[in-house]
Design a protein. Structure first.
Length: 406
């Protein structure tokens, strides 16, 4: 088939483009990085050499970077008789490299080894960004125009809430309610998983205040750490017991999860009773549950332990994202993707949900249909992040095939 052969033919070009993406440090500025400006400029100038009908920048003002904005790049390839635009949304920002000593190579100097490309952003979200871009380029090279418009969107700020990325673009009213949205930002190893739903997210910070004293004199202290331990134990058991539904749509983790995660430093020495204790819960809740009901339960249990240990416990909500309604499994955009994946690969696809949260959830909140797909080994946010070249090239074929059918 012409399209497939062409992707094979340009595979070096595709690999080089991903290496270029990795080599630009576009770490999210709210995570301490320098932001997306340089990568956006590179993409914009490259897109302008291709046959797009429109290439536009939408810069969201943001003082966190000295240049004062967060770029978003939108490119349109017009169809022959469009009923809608079909958007492919990927993000330009990356998470920080983390502990450098855990990396075998410089995270921003891509290394090709054993059929893999290593570097920060290789999987998240570089591979899909490049694969969608070269999916369109394949059609352009072969002078193929699809029926509907194909839109590429490269957003900023996906890793820290999307206020300057997809949320900003939604406010610019560039999308139509009839449009479709593919968000290739998650997936599994053989590309069989099509994501149509995400869980609700609730992040809690729990601050317990007691009274600090010498460890030999608990009678004059109020041990905040002990109160927090007992409170967390009951909270953990209670939430798991009450919110115990199973929804097979969520595959390997078909339940609500309530995880005590971060614990802040308290005292430096063993012989001091801590007067303050700070810990966090990361809760990923099945869409059927009401997050406010969970918060009420948390507050009731909290009161019990305030009384029991004579301490003050403050519950701060750090993130609260109510899960939107899933994109229907029978939606034509799901079926089209299924058809492309299954006709190019020897896999049977299945639809389901994940713990969250991608740009797709934000779009679904606006009642826009959004589907997440990709082929990857799950190395995002880790040291030695990589993507298999095979996955990069095979995904490009799927996008070219899909775009040709849209
Ligand atoms: Zn991502």
């Amino acid at each position: 088939m012409e399209i497939i052969n062409h992707v094979e033919k340009i595979s070096d070009e595709i690999v080089n483009a991903l290496k270029k993406f990795i080599s630009i440090n576009s770490v999210n500025p709210r995570a301490g990085g320098s932001g997306e400006k340089e990568v956006a400029e590179w993409l914009e100038s490259y897109l302008k050499t291709l046959k797009f009908d429109e290439v536009k920048r939408y810069d969201a003002p943001d003082d966190v970077v000295e240049y004062g904005f967060r770029p978003n790049v939108v490119a349109l390839y017009k169809g022959t008789s469009p009923e809608r635009t079909i958007w492919f949304i990927t993000h330009m920002d990356k998470v920080p490299e983390g502990d450098l000593s855990l990396w075998d190579h410089d995270p921003f100097d891509p290394v090709v080894k054993d059929g893999k490309i290593y570097g920060r952003g290789a999987e998240d979200n570089g591979s899909s960004l490049i694969a969608t871009l070269f999916g369109v380029k394949t059609l352009m090279d072969l002078n193929i125009k699809p029926k509907n418009n194909i839109g590429l969107v490269f957003v900023s700020d996906e890793e820290t809430g999307s206020d300057y990325g997809i949320k900003y673009l939604l406010k610019q009213k560039i999308f139509d309610k009839n449009d479709w949205f593919y968000v290739p930002d998650s997936g599994n190893k053989d590309g069989s998983f099509i994501e149509i739903a995400e869980k609700s997210i609730l992040w809690l910070k729990i601050v317990t205040e007691g009274k600090q004293a010498h460890a030999s004199t608990p009678n004059v202290a109020k041990n905040a750490h002990r109160a927090a331990i007992y409170f967390a134990k009951e909270l953990d058991e209670f939430l798991h017991e009450k919110y115990n539904a199973i929804d097979e749509m969520f595959g390997r983790t078909p339940i609500s999860t309530f995880e005590p995660t971060k614990k802040e430093h308290n005292v430096d020495n063993i012989n001091t009773i801590p007067g303050t204790d700070i810990m966090y819960f990361d809760c990923r809740v099945l869409p059927q549950y009401d997050l406010n009901e969970i918060l009420n339960d948390v507050n009731k249990i909290k009161e019990k332990y305030e009384l029991k240990f004579d301490v003050k416990i403050a519950i701060e909500v750090h993130q609260m994202e109510v899960a939107p309604k899933p994109t229907p499994a029978e939606h034509p955009m799901v079926l089209k993707l299924k058809e492309s994946v299954e006709s190019l690969r020897n896999v049977k696809t299945f639809v389901g949900g994940i713990g969250g949260g991608t740009c797709a959830a934000i779009l679904r909140h606006e009642s826009l249909p959004a589907v997440v797909w990709g082929t990857m080994d799950h190395t995002a946010h880790q040291p030695n992040e990589y993507i298999r070249i095979e996955h990069l090239i095979e995904d490009t074929k799927v996008y070219a095939h899909l775009m040709n059918n849209l």
